[in-house]
Write a protein that binds this ligand. Sequence first.
Ligand SMILES: *Cc1c(COP(=O)(O)O)cnc(C)c1O
Length: 343
Amino acid sequence: MESDHIPFSNLPKGFPDLPVFIQNFSDFYMVRDDKLPFGFGTKWRKTSGILRETMQNGAKEILLWGAAHGNYLASFAYIFRTFGFFVETITYSKDPKLKTYNERLVTHHSHRMHCYANRNLAFEAFKERKLRFGGLVLPEFGIHPGQIPGLVVLWKELEKKIHTKLSDTFHTEPKAGAKAILLLEIGSGVSFVSAYDYFYNSPILVQGVMVGESKDSWYTKHENLQLELGLKKRKIPIENLIEILDENSQLEKRKELIENKKNVTQKKTRFARGQHHHDDLLRTFYEKNNILLEPIYSANSIHYLLKKQNENIEGVPKFPVFYLHQGGQIQHLNSVFPKPFSI
Ligand SMILES: *Cc1c(COP(=O)(O)O)cnc(C)c1O
């Protein structure tokens, strides 16, 4: 691939190049972080700074916790193990026997691992273990200021490329106020707040698509998240957050209102909701474009983007959208390929 990445000094030998690749679609552009090794996507960028920082401090052990079948734990366990760390993980899974791509990666890249039946038990065990752990301890989703430098490399490169694309397409000078939208999902929201911070007061508007929780709930925490990441506290306009409300999630919302606050952990199960909603989209999108979407994150946003294409609201200018596919798709290969054998 062309040499379009900015070298990140002091990364360990063998750390992959992380090129920024943009693919044109008829109505939007896709930033293809899903092409990074093993489908870990943007998680590669997030680990790079933590890895560099930790290696400089001389830490050799890392404690991680999270869902056994998620991209977060799979990628972090793999990357830290590969670059010489002793990896201890605390995981949870409803079905202790279920083997998946991510679960296999977590299991085989942990030197020590404990699996619990649910998130609460795992969290309790993590808090206990943390007290006696000597090395680096990462909280849920790996929230750490070290995630930011690798992301900033991405935003810088993306900014350059967006300006080039826009001057190609619209023959406008970037300085003449070219406007574009960067669209990405909000899981923990690290990618989103980092992008918001980088593109603050720039012609690139950053929009976040809610995935794991409601916009109102995430909104109350965003300034705290900025502080935890060492970013400036900035109030993000709530209009920048998109909550895709289909029939099912509206129902969820109503249910949530009724059960309000009593059941904080219950909320987490919203994450799994809609797992199978986008099966058709996943298949057709793959057949047409040879790109595998991730059912919880990217398929949701692509569904939204394709629907929005058809709504031409008069008087509202249509800015070109750059959607960031953050990876995580390999876990879901079976949504486009038939199972090798049936049981
Ligand atoms: C981690 C992850 C996200 C969410 O990133 P946050 O920074 O936690 O919001 C989105 N998509 C994929 C595939 C991920 O693995």
